[in-house]
Design a binder for this molecule. Structure first.
Ligand code: NAD
Ligand code: WQD
Length: 346
């Protein structure tokens, strides 16, 4: 199967591309490099041992999309391309809706014209808003707390309308929890621009000495240690979830919705401890000394919720998929990526 991957050079797209090639799929890549770097391409070719078909451009460029669908035989689309900074989306709502919602509509319209009706969409746990209880199941009510999250929710609703009107589509919504970690080679990982918004890239930047200390956003949540709890999932487990979804769902028409998480939550302090351990383990061969990653308690971050973790039972049952890698492995792999690439892909 030939799979068009939008946002293919981004964090999750690049890891999924590697897993897709290993599983024998043929990828066709599209990205405009608004949040990724061109230098990843030779690395991806070296890792996958193949010459990759890559289109540089924007999902807002309808002529380019027409060209891709005319030039290539595409069997399914995995749609990662999106802007993803929750805070920024509150400052630039129109840019977010334009890029994420209008871009997705362009893609779906071209797909329909070319009779390509298998679609996997990168959704997010953010569509559950502040859940009434955890673990979160797929039927829980949806809510949105930011233009970014509302965009995901709007696209989910558009896809629900589409399947009602045209039942021959196979549409899969994968709701990711908190993807972290890196490819075990140390060659691929998360490469945020500027100061990271998310917890674990911030932690590795502190550990490597680029930032002074981790700011822990609130220790007065109703959780055992007072800090926020999330379901962190290794990016390669997430990547493998896409392969399972492609294999199982793509042949079944209808709307398929899955949480991709581990089913376990960790607090911010537990994550900092796991990363301290990974750093010390990696360094022990060099210095023998141990050190903790420094942090300070700060006020809560606006829009954050106390806890969020998945019930991944449906994906286990239907897709025969479950996350295999634990928090220690996520921390070790993230640290290997950070130390081998102190400036990211540059
Ligand atoms: P990323 O920013 O690393 O990757 C997105 C890629 O899409 C980038 O390479 C960017 O250059 C590209 N892109 C953005 N807009 C584009 C456009 N208009 N045309 C072409 N390319 C464009 O983000 P990621 O972490 O890999 O996220 C991938 C998807 O997963 C996104 O849809 C995101 O909303 C979703 N998601 C991410 C997380 C997370 O924590 N990383 C969690 C839940 C859902
Ligand atoms: C995790 C925990 C913070 C940074 C975001 C998006 C979500 C999804 C995944 C796309 C929270 C705390 C963080 C820091 C901290 N993305 N924290 N200090 O907010 O759970 O999810 O990414 O769909 O939509 O909102 O992830 O990594 O930012 O935060 O204490 O410097 O770490 O308060 O408890 P979040 P995160």
């Amino acid at each position: 199967m030939n799979i068009l991957i939008t946002g293919a050079t981004g964090y999750i797209g690049s890891h999924t591309l590697i897993a897709l090639c290993e599983a024998g799929f043929t990828p066709i890549l599209l990205d405009n490099f608004c949040n990724s770097k061109r230098v990843i391409l030779p690395r991806l070719e070296a890792q996958t041992k193949q010459s990759l078909k890559f289109y540089e451009g924007d999902i807002l460029d309808v002529q380019l999309l027409k060209r891709i669908f005319t030039e290539q035989k595409i069997d399914a689309v995995i749609h990662f391309a999106a802007l993803k900074a929750v805070g920024e989306s509150t400052q630039k709502p129109l840019e977010y809706y334009q890029n994420n919602v209008a871009g997705c509509l362009n893609l779906l319209t071209i797909m329909k014209t070319h009779h390509v009706k298998r679609f996997i969409f990168s959704s997010s746990a953010t569509v559950y808003g502040d859940p009434a209880s955890v673990p979160i199941q797929e039927h829980f009510p949806r809510a949105s707390t930011s233009p970014y999250g509302r965009g995901k929710l709007i696209i989910e609703e558009i896809l629900e309308d589409l399947i009602k009107a045209e039942s021959d589509w196979s549409i899969t919504l994968l709701r990711y929890f908190n993807p972290i970690g890196a490819h075990e080679s140390g060659q691929f990982g998360e490469d945020p621009q500027g100061i990271p918004n998310n917890l674990t890239p911030y932690i590795t930047q502190v550990a490597i000495g680029n930032l002074e200390k981790v700011q822990v956003f609130g220790n007065d949540y109703p959780t055992p240690d007072g800090t926020g709890i999330r379901d962190y999932i290794h990016v390669m487990d997430l990547a493998e979830g896409h392969i399972a979804a492609l294999k199982i769902c793509a042949s079944k028409a209808g709307l398929h919705i899955y949480n991709l998480g581990t089913g376990r939550g960790y607090s911010v302090l537990e994550v900092i401890t796991a990363f301290s351990n990974a750093v010390n383990q990696a360094d022990s061969t060099k210095s023998g000394s141990t050190k903790a990653i420094p942090y300070e308690i700060k006020p809560r971050r606006a829009g954050d919720i106390a806890e969020c973790w998945a019930d991944p039972t449906r994906a286990q049952k239907d897709l025969n998929w479950s996350a295999q890698r634990n928090l220690n492995q996520m921390a070790q792999d993230a640290w290997r990526w950070q130390t081998q690439n102190p400036k990211g892909y540059e």
